[in-house]
Write a protein that binds this ligand. Structure first.
Ligand SMILES: NC(=O)c1ccc[n+]([C@@H]2O[C@H](COP(=O)([O-])OP(=O)(O)OC[C@H]3O[C@@H](n4cnc5c(N)ncnc54)[C@H](OP(=O)(O)O)[C@@H]3O)[C@@H](O)[C@H]2O)c1
Length: 231
């Protein structure tokens, strides 16, 4: 049966490629981000598979729009990829409370909001996949300047374990991938000139495959996906 997924942060990088590969696998995919042009490009490449919703995930009204669409279609989701992310790179001393709030809003509170509101719109055996970072993985060496980003990702990682415990009766699986460096806009902006060992296309392929199949083998796991540490 055709699967139905939601991917946040689908306008670029890892999320764009993840969505493309899910569509190539004949899944239906709701793609979310603020940049409508990139989402429309995806939609026009896969008109039967992809539905573009240009939304800001930190806005509570955005989730209502997703629910509205699902209800109209009479469909539930087989998986969510919480991939949208923000990275503010600044020394701890220079980070403002507003910086911390923005980091937490996008990287933690938006996945919380979307998950909480969409729980009743998930099929049995659905897979909630959180995209964290090696910075949010315990015991990894950390880059300086990423305290707010890494703390937000660490919280997202731990949320995965908490959700798994709370959803164990509902047949919903949760996992978290803590990615190492991937060549995307985010990396290029935060670390100009840095060469990542993995491309966005390669990681998008991995994430799409893990979304479709990883929950057959893993549940409640926080998994590092990195060739080296730190990354
Ligand atoms: N690249 C790496 O080295 C690396 C390493 C570890 C983890 N990660 C994680 O991987 C994920 C994907 O990152 P990427 O490297 O592919 O970065 P990217 O190309 O910068 O993509 C980030 C995506 O998040 C979306 N986004 C940001 N704020 C949003 C908001 N308020 N509402 C809706 N969408 C929003 C952006 O879309 P709009 O701007 O159009 O809204 C964009 O599609 C992130 O969670 C990141 O933290 C990346």
């Amino acid at each position: 049966m055709q699967k139905h997924y939601l991917v946040t942060g689908a306008s670029s990088g890892i999320g764009y490629k993840t969505s493309e590969i899910l569509a190539q696998n004949n899944s239906r995919v709701i793609v979310i981000a603020r940049t409508e042009s990139a989402l429309k490009e995806l939609e026009s490449s896969f008109p039967d598979q992809i539905k573009a919703l240009a939304l800001d995930i930190t806005d509570e009204k955005s989730v209502d729009e997703i629910i509205h669409y699902l209800t109209d279609e009479g469909r539930k989701l087989d998986g969510i990829v919480h991939n949208a992310g923000l990275l503010i790179a600044k020394p701890f001393k220079e980070l403002t409370q507003q910086d911390w709030q923005r980091q937490l809003d996008v990287n933690l509170l938006a996945p919380v909001l979307i998950t909480r509101k969409l729980l009743d719109h998930l099929n049995k055996n659905a897979h909630i996949l959180n995209i964290s970072s090696m910075g949010g993985y315990m015991g990894s060496s950390k880059f300086p300047g990423l305290s707010a980003y890494s703390a937000s990702k660490g919280a997202l990682s731990i949320l995965t374990e908490c959700l798994t415990a709370e959803l164990s009766d509902s047949d919903i699986k949760c996992n978290c991938l803590c990615l190492g460096a991937v060549q995307t806009e985010m990396l290029e902006t935060a670390f100009p000139g840095m060469q990542a060992p993995v491309s966005a296309d390669e990681m998008g392929g991995y994430v799409a495959d893990f979304l479709m199949n990883g929950h057959k083998f893993y549940n409640g796991k926080i998994l590092p996906v990195a060739l080296a540490d730190p990354s």
